[in-house]
Design a protein around this ligand. Sequence first.
Ligand code: NAD
Length: 455
Amino acid sequence: MNPDLLLDRQRTFFATGATLPLSFRLEQLERLRGALESHEADLFAALRDDLHKSERDSFLTETALCLTEISFIRKRLARWMKPKRVPTPLTHIGSVGRIYPEPYGSALILAPWNYPVQLAIAPLIGAIAAGNCAVVKPSELTPRVSAVLARLIGDTFPADYIAVVEGGVDASEALLAQPFDYLFFTGSPAVGRIVMEKAARHLTPVTLELGGKSPVIVHRDADLAKAARRIAWAKTLNAGQTCVAPDYLYVHEEVKKPLLAALREQANAFYGSDPLRHPDLTRIVNERHFRRLVSYLDEGRVVFGGGYDEATRAMELTVLEAMDADSAVMQDEIFGPILPVLTYRDLNEALAGIRSRPKPLSLYLFTESREMARRVLRETSFGGGAVNDAVYHLASPYLPFGGVGTSGTGSYHGRASFDTFTHYKSVLHQTSRFDLPFRYPDSKAGLGLLRKLMK
Ligand code: NAD
């Protein structure tokens, strides 16, 4: 279907009210589950073609997360959809307040390339659950996944309900020119700014899931073996092309040596002594990103790693030290398997360094001290994160996921996905049995009484 006509067609379908009943929403979520399962082999093959992702990672970080979201939401949807009765103040005696969850209408979902299935489908689950129509635009940088998604959605839903539009910036711009009722964007802060400006023209409400430099702090009392295992996993998962990957490391100077030794050991345990030829090592998505990452390797001293293969765009976990604060590797979001390491003696130095940057999407702290954890959580602002883990928080449907400041606005997953795609319509149901007179110009009630009532 011509993308320019999609919104009109979806508006017409939405206006029939077909998307509103609980039964319809549950059925569509079930259809989506079925489609993800029946297209799993195609999705995994496309993920391998586009990113060289292993089946294990494709399942764990792409389809499983979507399937879990569908189950979680389906179980709770009936409860979430119920209008909620709320109290009214004394001045409103006789009336009842109710909040009605309603869908926005047609939502536009713009997705990035790094988890091309999950980041297109997880927001769609929220849009469907909340009763919306939706148009999804996958990233042009993972074209095979984009094609499978177009087929998967096309085989499962009519385009006047859910549609996929493939393409790059042009397709995005054409969609952004239209007055969608909601806009859900996942991508870089730079494009997020453009998208928000375009949404502002139609006053379309937005959720922006962006990125940034997420720090990881390892304190001297941390369980170093577990910290190393979890950090190495979080930084090599998807070759570090994860919005919540640890970007740089602050380690207490007393434990730097053993931590880096343990990190090296873990990298070896995961991908062997010849990681560039390991069959399950995810590759860098394209030449441009690969070049960018290779250029960072000269901006510090390589502690270990540093190997890459231009022909396959494979890169091993690389730890860097002695970077300049204004080097690109310390300014850009790295989005690859390179981990610059900074040390601190006093935690204040690390916290001041983190606070001097834009608010990150995630922060990770490894410590066995609850007091230390409380302090770091109190003194830093970030989208979400973990104490004694990294990246794993994203996979809990009980934790809303999103950024703050330049790392994003709004959140989703689980209940937050339903809330994001829902407008909460507040309605006062007034009684006709009587009419409190004090608000009217002809009321005898003096200011004194009004002041008392309004307290
Ligand atoms: P990107 O911003 O380049 O692209 C995202 C989407 O926007 C794509 O669909 C693309 O076609 C479209 N787009 C690109 N330029 C555009 C323009 N000028 N106008 C309109 N649309 C445009 O992001 P990316 O490179 O695909 O993804 C990497 C970034 O995304 C990183 O910054 C990462 O941290 C972030 N990210 C965030 C999350 C999150 O959940 N917060 C998840 C994954 C990635």
